[in-house]
Write a protein that binds this ligand. Structure first.
Ligand SMILES: N[C@@H](CCC(=O)N[C@@H](CS)C(=O)NCC(=O)O)C(=O)O
Length: 99
């Protein structure tokens, strides 16, 4: 059995996290949820991984990408795994902010 490709750091009833969960589901991506401490000051695990205590945060073990901020995560997942990703190449537009 292989480990899921993505680890999602999340919190129960966090709408930003749910947005990422929906996107992961949309693209059929396998992920493992790691629930962080509700107390912000105690979220050392996610802080170590992403540099921030806020959730959601993801680690994509396939690409080596780690990031937080739901909008950035959704953009990354869409650019990398969305329907258009195969057509345009590698989702570079999303990765560099489309500049
Ligand atoms: N702008 C962030 C907001 C995320 C957010 O507010 N998450 C809450 C939990 S629902 C949190 O971790 N707050 C603590 C913090 O932002 O440091 C995003 O879209 O991901």
């Amino acid at each position: 059995m292989t480990d899921p490709q993505i680890t999602l750091y999340r919190l129960q009833a966090c709408p930003y996290c749910e947005r990422v969960v929906r996107t992961l589901g949309e693209f059929g991506l396998e992920y493992r949820s790691r629930y962080v401490e509700p107390m912000h000051s105690e979220r050392n695990v996610v802080k170590r991984v992403s540099g921030a205590r806020s959730v959601p945060a993801i680690v994509d073990h396939e690409t080596g990408v780690t990031m937080s901020e739901s909008a950035n995560i959704v953009e990354y997942l869409t650019g990398t795994y969305g329907a258009a990703a195969g057509e345009t190449g590698t989702g570079e537009a999303a990765a560099d902010g489309g500049v």
